[in-house]
Design a protein around this ligand. Structure first.
Ligand code: HSE
Length: 311
């Protein structure tokens, strides 16, 4: 059994526009890193967090990484173990890019690797969902499942949990822009209507089925035109500066489709290549700076493999 390990886990784009809580994908960059070391005394400690501007709790019962690792240790009957955690945030918090999930997944992957891969990545998903519950009040899986499994993931059912990995068209790239305004997932979930009209539900499930079919058929035009959300986006877009202008710019510059990443404020577009994705992020960032909004941008293919051991 190894004494220490360093793991990277990827950021994720939950919902993929039309699939609220049921679709998600992982990207190659950005992502978070966790260093986990065994220690003599039982229990979990967090000795260091960097890149969070002091926003995340060092208290192991309140931090999503340590709390989900604790659930894992209880499950495998190893609460006698002593573990120290260092978390290095390499992505913005509250951005809609699955920041808490990347940290949690890196921690769970690290402890499971120290335990000689006792559980499969799919079996780790319920423990990661506990972390999401702590972070935003609801244990949704559309960030943690793709962060653990890589690629595109469909959560067909939550009870019982039924998770399906979808095909990943090779050319697909993501153009991601994070406008630097704060949108906590907890608040962005509270503002959604809990009742929907049947005609909107029909539009929405047509799009979910269209997007999934597009992935299976490698039909990127179909994927793009299925990126429509009539249930959640009309409300959440209010929190995102110039959301509809950003969509217009993305589509004018060759995006297949465009929408909110997770609960926002990040937005993303799918493209056929990295060059088009770069052009879109440049154009959107230029627009945001013209309205005095700072931003960060990422261009990435879809991440195929989920977390990786760095050392
Ligand atoms: N499905 C979740 C939501 C993802 O939209 O609230 C949060 O990142």
């Amino acid at each position: 059994m190894k004494d220490s390990i360093k793991v990277f886990a990827p950021a994720t784009i939950a919902n993929v526009v039309c699939g609220f809580d049921v679709l998600g994908l992982a990207v190659d960059a950005p992502g978070d890193e966790v260093i986990m070391r065994r220690k003599q005394t039982p229990g979990i400690t967090i000795s260091k967090i960097t890149g969070d501007d002091g926003r995340l709790p060092l208290d192991p019962s309140k931090n999503t990484v340590s709390a989900s690792v604790q659930h894992y240790l209880q499950h495998i009957g190893r609460t006698d173990l002593g573990l120290d955690i260092e978390l290095h945030k390499r992505m913005p918090i509250g951005s809609g890019l699955g920041s808490s999930s990347a940290s949690t997944v890196a921690g769970l992957f690290a402890v499971n690797s120290l335990m000689d891969d006792l559980l499969t990545p799919t079996e780790l998903i319920p423990f990661a969902m506990k972390g999401e519950e702590l972070a935003c009040g609801y244990g949704h899986a559309d960030n943690v499942a793709p962060a653990l499994l890589g690629g595109f993931v469909l959560i067909r059912s939550y009870d019982p949990l039924d998770i399906i990995k979808l095909p990943n068209p090779k050319e697909l790239h993501c153009a991601i822009v994070f406008p630097e305004v704060d949108v906590p997932t907890r608040d962005a979930r509270r503002m959604i209507r809990s009742k929907v009209l049947l005609k909107d539900a029909v539009t929405q499930w047509g799009n979910v089925a269209g997007l999934v079919s597009g992935l299976f058929m490698n039909d990127l035009e179909l994927v793009g035109r299925s990126m429509e959300d009539v249930l959640v986006e009309p409300t959440r877009s209010i929190l995102i500066p110039d959301f509809y202008k950003m969509r217009e710019l993305a589509l004018e510059n060759g995006a297949l489709g465009f929408g909110i990443s997770g609960s926002g404020p990040s937005v993303f577009a799918f493209t056929r290549d990295a060059e088009t994705a770069q052009k879109i992020t440049n154009t959107i960032q230029k627009h945001l700076s013209s309205i005095q909004i700072g931003s960060q941008a990422y261009v990435s293919p879809v991440n195929e493999n989920g977390p990786k051991v760095i050392s």
